[in-house]
Design a protein around this ligand. Structure first.
Ligand code: LIP
Length: 260
């Protein structure tokens, strides 16, 4: 893919993420009925998730008809040039009217994430990164924090029923024992974006899908942070463990997730 072809996709990703955020918000203002369903234990989906994903795919496909699409709600097949879409990351928060959710769009080619865009409509914050070109929030360059002491760190640890309870409890205990301040916010993508802009010092979760993680992981990497190798084996469709942190805290968090 040429730099110009990637630039065109980067511009489109930024624009469509904003549009998607506005459409999602219109479901919270009563413009559309917000029907709720459960996809699994504590795994909520709303009418907005499907509608927003359709809009994102239609918009991007109209510009890039030969690209492939994988989305949380409608799935899709992987291909060399592939968009990976989470229309509303943090749906449980969204459905409850809690202002902690976002739109996440990543672009993968040749097995590597090249573009990552996360839009937080509640803060009107557009996070955007291109591999090798740094990470920005509303156009300004962002960097991870310089925190190197666990006792001064705040880390967001995600949890879902895709992982055993005791695994989560062990991770939390190991971090708390080292003095880490641990939060659990309910949106992996927004958590990762806040590691990239230095407001959090780390994010980790035993299992995430590519649509939850890829854009945020690229943002952290391009903001000077350290991340795990998410895209290995069949992770693009099956998901994987996710670890992102400041360079000095990475081993502390990876250690807490060590299954032994
Ligand atoms: C959610 C993630 C969260 C994880 C949830 C779910 P969704 O994404 O942001 O970190 O714990 O299980 O995957 O479903 O709101 O897009």
């Amino acid at each position: 893919m040429t730099p110009d072809e990637l630039s065109a996709r980067h511009r489109a990703g930024d624009a469509v993420a904003r549009e998607a955020g506005e459409l999602a918000q219109s479901y919270l203002t009563g413009a559309h009925p917000l029907a709720l369903e459960l996809k699994g234990p504590q795994d909520v989906v709303t009418a907005a998730d499907g509608a927003v994903e359709r809009m994102i795919v239609d918009e991007l496909r109209s510009r890039f008809p030969h690209d492939a699409f994988i989305g949380e709600e409608r799935g899709g097949a992987a291909a060399d040039a592939c968009w990976v879409i989470d229309p509303i990351d943090g749906t449980a928060n969204f459905a409850r009217g809690l202002p902690h959710w976002c739109v996440s769009i990543a672009f993968v080619t040749a097995g590597r994430t090249e573009l990552g865009v996360i839009y937080d409509p509640n803060g009107d914050l557009l996070y955007s990164a291109r591999r090798g070109a740094g990470a920005r929030r509303n156009g300004a360059v962002i960097r991870v924090s310089v925190t190197d002491d666990p006792a001064r760190a705040t880390v967001d640890i995600g949890y879902s029923r895709r992982a055993p309870f005791d695994d989560f409890a062990r991770i939390m205990t190991r971090l708390l024992e080292q003095g880490v301040n641990v939060t659990q916010s309910g949106s992996a993508a927004l958590g990762l974006a806040r590691v990239a802009d230095g407001r959090l010092d780390g994010y980790a979760e035993r299992h995430l899908y590519a649509w939850d993680a890829l854009a945020g992981l690229l943002l952290v990497e391009e903001a000077g942070g350290r991340v795990n190798q998410f895209l290995e084996r069949d992770a693009l469709t099956a998901g994987n463990e996710t670890i992102a942190a400041t360079p000095d805290l990475y081993s502390v968090i990876a250690g807490a997730l060590d299954p032994r």
